[in-house]
Design a protein around this ligand. Sequence first.
Ligand SMILES: Cc1ncc(COP(=O)(O)O)c(C=O)c1O
Length: 451
Amino acid sequence: MYSKVKKLSEIDVPKIVVTPPGPKSMELMRLREKYVPKAVYNVSSIFVAESEGSVIKDVDGNEYIDFTTGISCLNVGHRDPEVMKAIEEQLGKYLHLCFHVTPYEPYIRLAEKLAMIAPGNFEKKVILVNSGAEAVENAVKVARRFTGKPVIVTFEYAFHGRTRLAMSLTGSVHPYKYGFGPLDPAIHRTPYAYCYRCSFGLEYPTCNMRCVEYIKDTFAIHLSPDDVAAMIVEPIQGEGGFIVPPKEFLQGLRKICNENDILLIADEVQSGMGRTGKMFAVEHYGIIPDMITMAKSLGGGLPIAATIGKGDIMDSVQVGGLGGTFGGNPLSCVAAIKAIEEAKKLLENAEKLGKILIGRLKEMHEKYEIIGDVRGIGLMAAVELVKNRKTKEPAKEERNRILSECHKNGLIIIGAGAYKNVIRFLPPLNISEELLNKGLDIFENAVKTLK
Ligand SMILES: Cc1ncc(COP(=O)(O)O)c(C=O)c1O
């Protein structure tokens, strides 16, 4: 029973008993190399024995503060007691049934909850699937079916997943698309508002939002909006480097979509579920998308994803056109219902701790030349590392050295960014202030070692 598992200490961590990766982790890594293809990447060689709250313990007895949460899948922390209780109760009832064959209540209750919390004062309907990529695939299928148009507009540096359509929408060729063609043919890519590295070489706000105006030019000259079904956008880009656009960017996209009968899909797979201090990152921007994709933290640690959309849009698809065997697995549904309730309670904390996190990163920006940019909202924050603040040459090797120094000293943290020079901070929304600061001390010490 989960409740009997020994609690990991929240105060004394990290306790490093052998230099990680220890002998047991190394042995497992040898087996991993033998039986798992190298394409399935690992950012650390630390094998986990148990986890609780904001702490992970490895098979060699080392403890780590977790600033990664399984790439933003544990906004409510590891093994949240309420989520665990809901899973335990469901285990005593039934596991897989398949919603298409013998429907069950948790699917409906979760759909209802998502329809209620998603922005927009209109009727919404929800499909439950298994992964972020699948949620994106479904959003695009529905958008094409509803509008009868083929083209999807996507953005530079975007990440939407690894299935064929999702990787077609993704920006970076390496490693996501290289050698995997043919990709979806009806994708059009345009610059994102990555103000630190503006695609037009301009500066905000004197740029007058050239990236938005550029889409208007494109529609006037190169691509008819009559062929465009939807724009898919991450309100804050995740894998691309935690890029936070100005308000006018998303508002400008919404306006262009309205004027051209194009659907706006917000991919909230990484930015949703309270990560930014609001349940959905779009709430910071005052826009209402036609469809939203969710995954990652939705299941509180179990795999589940959702495509939420306006009722008439979602109902435009023929019976049998959407779904899948495992979509909306009962165990994941009950976990997600609780994870949503718990995440809602943590919004204020995310905002409060986010100020501490971003405040400390900004102080480090003052002290260390290598930190070229600090950005984020709530507990979705990042630093971009550069060799030279003027040329902005990406500090990729230095970034990797900082990451491995953090791992060695008890902090699990990962990178991001098309230029492989970003470090992202994704602690649980209920991490204690003390642990947050301890993790930041480890990070700062790792930055200092570069000298
Ligand atoms: C914004 C965004 N969309 C989609 C995905 C794909 O999700 P999954 O890995 O669950 O397929 C990710 C994963 O990182 C993501 O960050």
